[in-house]
Design a protein around this ligand. Sequence first.
Ligand SMILES: Cc1cc2nc3c(=O)[nH]c(=O)nc-3n(C[C@H](O)[C@H](O)[C@H](O)COP(=O)(O)O)c2cc1C
Length: 348
Amino acid sequence: MEPAVSSAGAIERMDPGHAAYLLGGAGDEITLRANQQAWQDLRLWPRTLHSLAGSHARIDLHGRTWPTPLLVAPMAHQMLAHPHGEQGTALAAASQGVGLVLSCQASQPLESVAGAVRADAQRGPLWFQLYLQPRPEDTLTLVRRAEAAGFEALVLTIDAPVQGVRDRELRTGFSLPPHLSAVNLAPPPAEPLDALLARAPTHDDIAWLRRHTRLPLLLKGVLHPADAAAAVALGIDGLIVSNHGGRTLDTTVATAHALPAVVRAVAGAVPVLVDGGIRRGTDVIKALALGASAVLVGRPVLAGLAEDGAMGVARVLRRLRDEFVAAQALCGCRSPAEAAGLDLLRPD
Ligand SMILES: Cc1cc2nc3c(=O)[nH]c(=O)nc-3n(C[C@H](O)[C@H](O)[C@H](O)COP(=O)(O)O)c2cc1C
């Protein structure tokens, strides 16, 4: 039986263009596949005879305690998967103690998504993902709206200055249906490639954004340890090791392989999170064993959303959380924070 957290069932039955957007990757989708394979190829060395009394799945991040080490990755245009859209995802994540990173390209107003879950005492972190907008004042407007809506951190995505070449989408001729748009953004100006390239995010932009918000600022899309060290020096509050789920540059290193070097470069200065190909509870414990503080999950959430709206997302996240709790115990580990110290991934 196909595991619930990796089945794409309802999406594969959709319009081929929509399915290509929701599930596809760049180029030959080598990185898309490698991300999953890399977690699967790691072998666990579980520990025994360790007391499991007082076990829990809680984590501490940015001075607060959260119920699980899981967050939903930022994903654009979720109403393409189901009319419940981002609000459905947010409610389902909150119901499972899973965090939410809302994409700035959401198909619903950021205020209504935050408002649906902000007051829930059992929810996970509520973060807002940003792309730098063509005009700095539009970026700042988004930051102020996110702050006012109650988002608790900003996640600046830095690995997509231009869109990846996504062959599956090109083959199907995907375009967004007219009733959907990135409702939180000012309509994008038509920009020639050199203008796009000229405003690709730089260290100066990070320093600028750092000065303009008091919220914790995380960078998403870091793979190289030298970039991780430079980002820490700029005063950021966290890093997300990510290759955009294989949607930008094909043949990049799998995130499971990039994570250890980034963790070493950061040396505990800020939390390091990771996403890409995480489908099973065993993948989650492996990420924590390699030094991640938490993980983000992408496409399985969209699969659940397409299948059955908010209920489908809740089922996917429930299953992943339960699998993680079992894997943690079977590794002889009492908490996510303990995983990195148990030598669970010895070189074969
Ligand atoms: C349909 C789709 C839309 C995405 N949109 C965004 C986005 O708006 N911003 C962003 O930073 N990442 C975006 N991502 C990348 C995810 O945040 C995440 O890095 C990736 O999906 C993780 O890999 P996984 O899907 O294998 O779990 C998107 C991914 C998908 C599948």
